[in-house]
Design a protein around this ligand. Structure first.
Ligand SMILES: Nc1nc2c(ncn2[C@@H]2O[C@H](COP(=O)(O)OP(=O)(O)OP(=O)(O)O)[C@@H](O)[C@H]2O)c(=O)[nH]1
Ligand SMILES: [Mg+2]
Length: 500
C-alpha cells in the first residue's frame, strides 16, 4: 500500500524526493528530532531568502540612485579621454594612485612616434648617400644595444623618385640615427607584450581595424594601434589605490633603453630634413593620438612619472565595453554614484553598444570635428565626419533612446583650429560649407547647426540635447564642461526617477 502510494504520487516518484523521504520504520522520538531539525533548516533557509530579497531591493534602489552614462562615438573620437577627465575631476585620489601605471603606455606611444618617422624615412635611406663616399648603410657601427639591422635589399628604389619628398636628401647622420634607434622595434614589442600579457583577451589591431596613419595623402593603415579590453588588468592598477606614490619607479629594460636613446630621439625629431620629409608626405605626427615627441627629455628619463596631462593624452584603444563605477569624492548627495560605459568605437565593435541603450540615463556623443579631411581606418572610402553624422542620425532616431538625455561634444577643436590655420579648406571636403569663412568659430557653428538639423528631422521623440565645443585634452576647460554636464544629467535623472 505504502509502496503503491509512493509509486503513484508523481512528486514522490521523483528520485530526489524518494531519496529524501523519511524512513518507513521511524520511531516517534526520531520523528520529533527530524521535525525539529527540519524546522531549524527552514528557519535558516528563510533567513537566507530574506537577505537575498533585501540585497535585491538594495541593488534595485542603488541602481535607481546610480547615474548611468554611455560614451559613444567613432574610434579616436575622445571617449576614453572624457572618462579620464571625469575620473581626474571626481575620483582624484584613485586617479593619482593609478598615474604611475600609465608609464608603459606613454613609453609605447613615444616609441611608436619614433618608429612612424623611421618608417617614413626608410625608402629615402635605401638610396645611396650622395654626400658620402660610403654608400652602404650596413657599414655603420651598431647602436648601443648591438641588435640593429638595416634592410639594405629593398627593391622599391626605382619607385621612390616619384614619391613626395624625393628632393629631400637623407645623409649619413640619418642612417646612423636609424641604426641607433632600431632597438626601439624590440622595445615596442616588449611593451606591447607587457601591456597585453595581463589581459588574456588582448588583441593587436593590425590592418583591418587599426587607426589609419590617417592624414591626407597617407592611405596606409597603422599596424601600431594597440588596444586592451580592460585598463585595470593591462596596466596593473593598484587594487586598493594604496600604492605609494613617492617610491621611485623601477628602471626596467624599456626605460633603460629609452634613457640611453634620449639624445638620438631628440635629434631625429628636431632634424630639418626629417621634418621636411614628414611634411612632404603629409604625416603630421604631432596631430596624432599619443604624441609625446615634444616631451622626450621628460618621458625618457629614468625617473619619469606620468603627469595628469600625460595620462589624459596617452592613447590606448578601447576594445569592447568597459564599465567604470565612480563614487564621487566629497559628495554623499543624490547623484554621487556614477556608472560610465566606455566603448570601443570602430565599426566592428559597434554591435556591442546596443545592450546598453535602454539602461542609461544619458549619452555623451563624441564628434571629432577636426576629422573633416580624414577617412575611417576600417573603411577608407568613408569620410570620418560623414561617419560621425550618420552615427548621430542613427542615435537620435533610435526608439530605444527616446528618453535618454543626449549630450554632444564637438571635440578636437584645438586640432581643428591648427588644421584650418595650416590652410586646409573645409569646403574642399564638405561642399555644403560653401564660401563661409575657413575659421574655427564659423566651422563649429556650422556643424552645431548640422547636428541640430538632424535632430529636428530624425529624432524619434523630442528630447533635451546639449551641444558643447570641446578639446577634451584640455583638462581645465573640460572640468568646467563636465560640471555643467553632470548637473544637467542629474537634473534630468531626478525628473525621471520614480521615487522623487
Ligand atoms: N588634440 C586633441 N587630442 C584629443 C582630443 N580628444 C582626444 N584626443 C586624443 O585622441 C586620441 C584618441 O582619444 P581616445 O579617447 O582614446 O578615443 P576613443 O574614442 O576612446 O577611441 P576608441 O577607444 O578607439 O574607441 C587620444 O590620444 C587623445 O589624447 C582633443 O580634443 N584634442
Ligand atoms: Mg577608448
Amino acid at each position: 500500500m505504502v509502496a503503491r502510494t509512493h509509486t503513484h504520487n508523481p512528486q514522490l516518484s521523483d528520485p530526489l524526493a524518494l531519496a529524501l523521504r523519511p524512513p518507513e520504520n521511524e520511531t516517534p522520538a526520531a520523528r520529533q528530532q527530524r521535525l525539529e531539525l527540519e524546522q531549524e533548516q527552514k528557519r535558516v533557509s528563510d533567513q537566507i531568502d530574506d537577505e537575498l530579497r533585501k540585497e535585491r531591493n538594495d541593488s534595485k534602489k542603488r541602481s535607481k540612485r546610480e547615474v548611468k552614462v554611455l560614451l559613444l562615438g567613432q574610434s579616436e573620437s575622445g571617449k576614453s579621454t572624457v572618462l579620464k577627465n571625469f575620473r581626474l575631476k571626481y575620483a582624484a585620489s584613485q586617479w593619482k594612485a593609478e598615474l604611475r601605471s600609465w608609464r608603459a603606455v606613454i613609453q609605447l606611444n613615444l616609441v611608436q612616434n619614433v618608429l612612424t618617422i623611421l618608417d617614413v624615412m626608410q625608402d629615402r635611406l635605401a638610396l645611396p648617400d650622395p654626400t658620402s663616399a660610403n654608400t652602404g648603410p650596413t657599414s655603420f657601427a651598431p647602436g648601443p644595444y648591438g641588435r640593429a639591422s638595416i634592410d639594405s635589399t629593398r627593391s622599391d628604389i626605382t619607385l621612390v623618385g616619384s614619391r613626395p619628398g624625393s628632393h629631400i636628401i637623407l645623409t649619413q647622420k640619418h642612417r646612423l640615427l636609424n641604426l641607433r634607434l632600431s632597438p626601439l622595434r624590440n622595445v615596442e614589442e616588449d611593451l606591447r607584450r607587457r601591456l597585453g600579457a595581463s589581459d588574456p583577451e588582448f588583441t593587436f589591431a593590425n590592418g583591418d581595424d587599426g587607426a589609419m596613419n590617417g592624414l591626407p595623402g597617407e592611405r596606409r593603415k597603422s599596424s601600431r594601434e594597440f588596444g586592451v579590453r580592460g585598463w585595470i588588468g593591462a596596466l596593473g592598477f593598484p587594487s586598493n589605490g594604496a600604492k605609494k606614490s613617492d617610491e621611485p619607479m623601477p628602471v626596467d629594460e624599456a626605460t633603460e633603453i629609452l634613457a640611453t636613446l634620449q639624445d638620438d630621439i631628440i635629434s631625429l625629431w628636431e632634424d630639418n630634413e626629417v621634418r621636411e620629409l614628414l611634411r612632404a608626405r603629409g604625416v603630421r605626427v604631432e596631430d596624432r593620438p599619443g604624441f609625446f615627441l615634444s616631451d622626450t627629455a621628460r618621458v625618457t628619463s629614468r625617473t619619469y612619472v606620468p603627469s595628469d596631462n600625460d595620462v589624459v593624452r596617452a592613447r590606448l584603444r578601447t576594445m569592447g565595453v568597459q564599465e567604470w563605477r565612480i563614487i564621487l569624492e566629497n559628495s554623499d548627495s543624490f547623484g554621487s554614484e556614477w556608472v560610465i560605459y566606455d566603448v570601443g568605437g570602430s565599426r566592428s565593435m559597434r554591435h556591442a553598444w546596443l545592450p546598453y541603450f535602454d539602461a542609461v540615463n544619458a549619452i555623451i556623443f563624441l564628434a571629432p570635428i577636426s576629422c573633416f579631411d580624414e577617412r575611417l581606418a576600417e573603411d577608407p572610402s568613408v569620410n570620418r565626419l560623414e561617419d560621425t553624422l550618420l552615427l548621430w542620425k542613427a542615435i537620435v532616431s533610435s526608439k530605444l533612446l527616446g528618453k535618454t538625455t543626449l549630450i554632444v561634444f564637438l571635440n578636437k577643436c584645438d586640432l581643428l583650429k591648427r588644421k584650418l590655420q595650416s590652410g586646409i579648406m573645409v569646403n574642399k571636403y564638405m561642399l555644403s560649407f560653401g564660401s563661409r569663412e575657413n575659421e574655427v568659430g564659423v566651422v563649429v557653428k556650422y556643424l552645431k547647426d548640422k547636428f541640430k538639423d538632424i535632430l529636428r528631422a530624425d529624432a524619434s521623440e523630442p528630447r533635451t540635447t546639449y551641444l558643447y565645443a570641446t578639446s577634451v585634452t584640455d583638462t581645465k576647460a573640460t572640468a568646467a564642461t563636465l560640471n555643467i554636464v553632470r548637473d544637467g544629467i542629474i537634473r534630468e535623472h531626478l525628473k525621471n526617477a520614480e521615487f522623487v
